[in-house]
Design a binder for this molecule. Structure first.
Ligand SMILES: Nc1nc2c(c(=O)[nH]1)N[C@H]1C(S)=C(S)[C@@H](COP(=O)(O)OP(=O)(O)OC[C@H]3O[C@@H](n4cnc5c(=O)[nH]c(N)nc54)[C@H](O)[C@@H]3O)O[C@H]1N2
Ligand SMILES: Nc1nc2c(c(=O)[nH]1)N[C@H]1C(S)=C(S)[C@@H](COP(=O)(O)OP(=O)(O)OC[C@H]3O[C@@H](n4cnc5c(=O)[nH]c(N)nc54)[C@H](O)[C@@H]3O)O[C@H]1N2
Ligand SMILES: [Mo]
Length: 755
């Protein structure tokens, strides 16, 4: 490669991920956000048996006892919430909403914790403080005027099980199944695909399985940034000489080399450990082709040598193998190579290693799910695992890396737009009201209803709904046409400012804070990525005396909206044990909830697939045939590239902690487009040139102008830009038809020189 020209804020990152750089970044996060005297104690209480659950990610801990102080991004999540910065009513009086909308997402959240319940005042274009009871009663009155289908109940996955359970109870007694949630933008293909294949919508592995596995295939996730505690697990596996095969269009530093800050020798000697034994830069959206290639090679090995497949497992436990074999035989290697961007010999090498391993785990994230064929991708991973009996065997299984720290728990306790009949019946038996049976809206459908004017009110239990969704240009003005929006949050964000006719912003307690109710201090529960449920109790004094807990806010709205409610809202809020008793009664797997949650480390929810019990209609695990290789009907023209939208190292979804992306070598800016050398050259572009992007799909004229092209080790044909800025390029209806999840990682785009 010729010597690159200098581009401001862009320089190569040479070292391993983790190491001293991670410690330094942790120290900076503490210094900028927290009271340095209280900080060490707060951080030490994260993920301890009597402390609070880290709001960072959903990766589990061994006995829930991590030496947390060295998880850089966990520390950022905690310090961001436990910040000493505040945004008070006098600030809102001094700044109009229009002027606040001019600020970046980074600046808005950076203002600090919300301290008072606020209501929007149209005459002055400002928010002003309001009394809780006054706000609740107004919201209740408005909700009583609307019909339940006109209201959307959004959940972001930080809410506790207790808050989420009350929330779904409120919406269902009110009469709605409209539960758009962050899961719809995230792991919905997992929730839809896994039940069809293996009878349950959750991962099957535990941490012990990682200790026993003989191979790991890691597809489409970036743990160095998003699941930092997984790095310890991968580091251990690598040192055990377990082959770790990575499929990712981008070279992600933490998947290449990692220095574990918990490893004293590594730290003292400035050494690091390679993570991936092989790194395959699959094209964006090329995973289905790659997985089919590995399976095809496996069947070819079977034909030559026999004894490669787990025939006993396939015969006893599965359906559909023959159809899969026929489809794989009919799939041409040349097509597999073209679509995946990987060579046949590479995929044969993976198949050979997979054939040698007695226990394999496949882990995956948004690189698999956020595609217009996300559900098919998930099911192909099951196919691959099932061919060698890798489900329900020690050291083996499927490992979806969940997003928000309790997104899986929210689902378990009833946040879903398509509830089962059994669940609704249990609600009716327990509470005596008739819950609605009609399927509700997911996230995209909710926004479509807001755009077409059929939805009139939006209630958000956390999150940044409009910013997280695609097509900002269409979504932002649409929420402004609502009659009512209510946001429960910890910090100010853009969705709060896209005001409706009436808008309320309610500040709530965060996970790090003490939750004192009539019955004394309360703890809540969460479920991690591996189906472990455990308690979480905040320790810090609340950011303001006016904050309420999420359960209290939900109950406040419910009481006001449902004067004849059958649910004893106030009693439930006084003592969360009573909420857990109701969960115990209505949700399978939570028997003796209150007793079991008091055992340190909590308990694991039932996972029948791990015992080879398949809750599918046929009673067997189902192979899935994904015909073809790519759902590409929207893409036209040879110059079309596939855009991936990704997270930087210094962000948590729409929350931008700082402007750097250390491991990718970007500092102080986010307006960059990562491009392959060949794709730059083909357009007559150079590293550092300014470019415009346009989406290339029928009827869409979405644009994002003036990004700086950065030459990067990314698969040819794929480009990457940061989320949420690039959401303006994602068409709202560009979704996986099975799950409704937006194709955030496969947007057909054209890159043009900046006009
Ligand atoms: N610090 C921090 N932690 C987080 C979050 C955060 O924003 N910050 N977000 C949380 C949430 S809600 C979630 S869902 C998770 C997200 O965690 P991840 O799943 O890691 O999410 P992303 O960073 O969006 O992208 C994952 C990776 O997929 C790769 N990729 C993109 N397209 C493809 C493809 O077509 N094929 C393959 N094989 N790979 C592809 C990208 O290069 C990237 O490395 O993390 C959670 N944890
Ligand atoms: N282009 C593109 N778009 C994406 C993605 C992508 O990869 N690319 N990823 C998608 C994914 S995986 C997800 S999960 C969604 C995320 O979508 P959301 O979950 O809606 O977004 P967040 O940015 O996590 O929400 C941040 C806000 O949550 C509030 N908050 C923080 N902590 C708490 C709390 O304890 N309680 C309450 N009530 N509020 C709190 C704060 O006010 C903060 O401003 O975005 C999706 N959008
Ligand atoms: Mo997510």
């Amino acid at each position: 490669m010729a010597k690159q020209k200098k581009v401001p804020g862009v320089r190569k990152y040479g070292g391993p991920a983790g190491g001293w750089g991670a410690l330094k970044a942790t120290a900076t996060a503490v210094r900028e956000q927290m009271d340095t005297v209280k900080a060490p104690l707060t951080l030490l209480r994260t993920n301890q048996p009597d402390g609070f659950d880290c709001p960072g990610c959903a990766w589990p801990d061994k006995e829930h006892r991590s030496t947390f102080q060295f998880c850089e991004n966990g520390a950022k999540a905690v310090t961001w919430e436990a910040t000493t910065k505040r945004v008070r009513p006098d600030f809102f009086t001094a700044h109009t909403v229009s002027s606040l909308l001019e600020r970046s997402d980074y600046e808005l959240e950076g203002l600090g914790r919300l301290t008072h319940p606020m209501v929007y005042d149209r005459d002055t274009d400002t928010f002003r403080a309001v009394e809780w009871e006054e706000a609740f009663s107004r919201i209740g009155a408005l909700l009583r005027q609307l019909s339940p289908e006109q209201v959307e109940f959004y959940t972001s996955g930080r809410a506790s099980n207790e808050a989420a359970y009350l929330y779904q109870l409120f919406a269902r007694e009110y009469g709605s199944n409209n539960f758009p949630d962050c899961s719809n933008m995230c792991h919905e293909p997992t929730s839809v695909g896994l039940p069809r294949s293996i009878g349950i919508g959750k991962g099957t592995v535990s941490l012990e399985d990682f200790d026993k596995c003989e191979m790991i295939i890691a597809i489409g996730h970036n743990p160095g940034t998003n699941h930092p505690r997984m790095m310890g697990t991968l580091h251990e596996a690598s040192r055990r000489k377990v082959p770790i095969m990575v499929f990712n269009p981008l070279r992600e530093r933490a998947l290449e080399r990692f220095a574990d800050p918990q490893d004293m020798v590594e730290m003292a000697t400035y050494r690091s450990t390679p993570i991936a034994s092989s790194y395959f830069q699959v094209r964006a959206g090329g995973d289905a082709a790659a997985i089919k290639g590995i399976m095809k090679a496996l069947l070819e090995l079977e034909a030559r040598h026999g004894d490669i497949l787990d025939h006993a497992f396939i015969t006893e436990h599965t359906n559909g193998f023959e159809a899969l074999a026929v489809d794989l035989a009919a799939t041409e290697w040349s097509d597999i190579e073209a679509v995946s961007g990987l060579g046949r010999t590479d995929l044969e090498m993976v198949a050979a290693a997979y054939a040698r391993s007695n226990a394999t785990i496949v882990s995956y994230g948004m690189g698999i799910t956020q595609h217009n064929q996300g559900t098919a991708n998930v099911r192909l991973i099951c196919d691959l695992l099932m061919l060698r009996g890798n489900i329900g065997k020690p050291g083996a299984g499927i490992c979806p890396l969940r997003g928000h720290s309790n997104v899986q728990g929210n689902r378990t306790v009833g946040i879903t737009e398509k509830p089962t009949t059994e669940f609704l019946e249990r609600l009716e038996d327990t509470f005596g009201f008739k819950p609605p049976t009609r399927q509700g809206h997911d996230a995209v459908k909710a926004m479509q209803a807001i755009i077409d004017g059929t939805a009139k009110a939006l209630i958000c239990l956390g999150g940044n709904f409009a910013v997280a969704l695609p097509d900002s240009e269409q979504c932002f003005p649409a929420v402004g046409k609502l009659d009512l929006s209510v946001h429960v949050g910890t910090k100010l964000n853009r969705s709060h400012l896209l005001v409706a006719r009436e808008t309320y912003v309610f500040p709530c307690l965060g996970r790090t804070e003490k939750d004192m109710q009539e019955g004394g201090p309360q703890s809540v529960t969460v479920e991690d990525s591996m189906s472990m449920v455990h308690a979480s109790a905040g320790k810090l004094d609340p950011a303001s005396p006016h904050l309420k807990s999420e359960p209290a806010i939900v109950a406040g709205m419910a009481k006001a909206a449902l004067p004849k409610s059958r649910v004893p809202w106030s009693e439930l809020v006084a003592d969360y044990d009573r909420i857990r008793e109701l969960i115990d009664k209505t949700i399978p797997g939570f028997e003796d909830f209150n007793q079991r949650i008091r055992v340190p480390g909590g308990f694991r929810l039932p996972l029948p697939a791990t015992e080879r019990v398949w809750n599918t209609p046929s009673g067997k695990a189902e192979f899935h045939v994904f015909e073809g290789l790519h759902e590409d009907r929207h893409v036209h023209g040879e110059d079309v590239l596939r855009l991936i939208t990704i997270r930087s190292h210094d962000q948590y979804n729409t929350t931008i902690y700082a402007m750097d992306d250390r491991y990718r070598g970007v500092f102080g800016r986010r307006d960059v487009l990562f491009m392959n050398e060949a794709d730059l050259a083909a357009r007559g572009l150079e590293h550092g040139d300014r470019v415009d992007l346009e989406t290339v799909m029928d009827g869409e004229a979405l644009r994002y102008d003036d990004l700086t092209a950065v030459e990067y080790a990314i698969a040819p044909g794929s480009v990457a830009a940061y989320y949420p800025e690039a959401n303006r390029l994602v068409p709202l209806d560009h979704i996986d038809p099975d799950s409704g999840t937006p194709s955030y990682k496969s947007v057909p785009v054209r890159v043009l020189p900046h006009r």
